[in-house]
Design a protein around this ligand. Structure first.
Ligand code: CP
Length: 301
């Protein structure tokens, strides 16, 4: 792997290696052990959209590893005033060791990768969010001690995180069932690609069918940046897809409830479930740090 634009840039073996290294780095951090493997290395973080977890976890990851992360908001760059993506990628490659990009269009992150001579990491595009899924797989493995054979139920909008979850589950041998309203299905090409890879992927419109006997219940925000104009319609369409106690009761007794955050209690998840005993959402958020450290070492060392 040179770039991480999609989960499919990783093989099964590479995912397991990244998770093993992330677990090791997590343990070392707990014991206060520091490593400066990225000393004198700087990365650039081109962000077109706001972020809490992704931005902070990448910045802290670089700082923990002895390196430096520059936050580059496109509003403050010449990119925001018409400089091309290609020229930006070529120039930044002369200063930096890696680019992390959060962009509206997946084509932008692909174009960055095409013109950069350094690794490019997709930190959320309209198509995928592979960094989130690496942290999620680490979290699932911590709670379940395995990945293969588990049933993962995605409830809600079949969005960019869902697309990466479909590919991630397929690569590690988990079954995934997506329950979403009509018109909110995950990317068709990704579903087809996952099935060709041997993935057990089902798309249904029945949340109870997906939740039944699930080991993992997963949801994400219903109103993402750019969806604000459709807020009322989306809330109406997605209302039957809330993760709540009723849905949790259909899943395995030891189900874990996941959310990549930010959460909206009372919309995609009820407050009692979000803050209840099955919820692992803050472990997920923490694991962004450990998984991304592992990823940065992989692409930079
Ligand atoms: N889950 C996630 O990507 O969070 P942020 O939008 O805060 O980075």
């Amino acid at each position: 792997m040179k770039h991480l634009l999609s989960m499919t840039d990783l093989s099964h073996e590479e995912i397991i290696e990244l998770l093993d290294m992330a677990a090791d780095l997590k343990e070392k951090r707990l014991r206060g052990k520091v490593t400066d493997l990225l000393k004198n290395k700087s990365i650039g973080m081109i962000f077109e959209k706001s972020s809490t977890r992704t931005r902070v976890s990448f910045e802290v990851a670089m700082s923990d590893l002895g390196g430096h992360a520059l936050y580059l908001n496109t509003r403050d760059m010449q990119l925001g005033r018409g400089e091309t993506v290609a020229d930006t990628a070529a120039v930044l490659s002369r200063y930096l060791y890696c680019l992390v990009a959060r962009v509206y269009s997946h084509d932008t992150v692909k174009e960055l990768a095409e013109h950069a001579s350094i690794p490019v990491i997709n930190a959320l595009s309209d198509l995928e969010h592979p960094c989130q899924i690496l942290a999620d797989l680490l979290t699932i493995r911590e709670y379940k001690n395995r990945l293969k054979g588990l049933k993962y139920a995605w409830i809600g909008d079949g969005n960019n995180v869902c697309n990466s979850a479909i590919l991630g589950c397929t690569l590690v041998g988990m079954e995934i069932m997506v329950a979403c309203p009509h018109g909110y299905e995950p990317d068709e090409d990704i579903v087809e690609q996952a099935r060709k890879m041997g993935g057990k992927v089902t798309v249904t419109h029945d949340p109870a069918e997906a939740a039944k006997d699930a080991d993992i219940l997963y949801t994400d925000v219903w109103i993402s940046m750019g969806d604000e104009d459709e807020r009322e319609k989306r809330l109406r369409d997605l209302a039957p897809y809330q993760i709540n106690a009723e849905l949790v009761n259909l899943a395995m007794q030891d189900v874990i409830v996941m959310h990549c955050l930010p959460a909206h209690r009372g919309e995609e998840i009820s407050a009692d479930v979000m803050d209840g005993p099955h919820s692992v959402v803050f472990d997920q958020a923490e694991n962004r740090l450990h998984a991304q450290k592992s990823l940065l070492l992989r692409v930079l060392c």
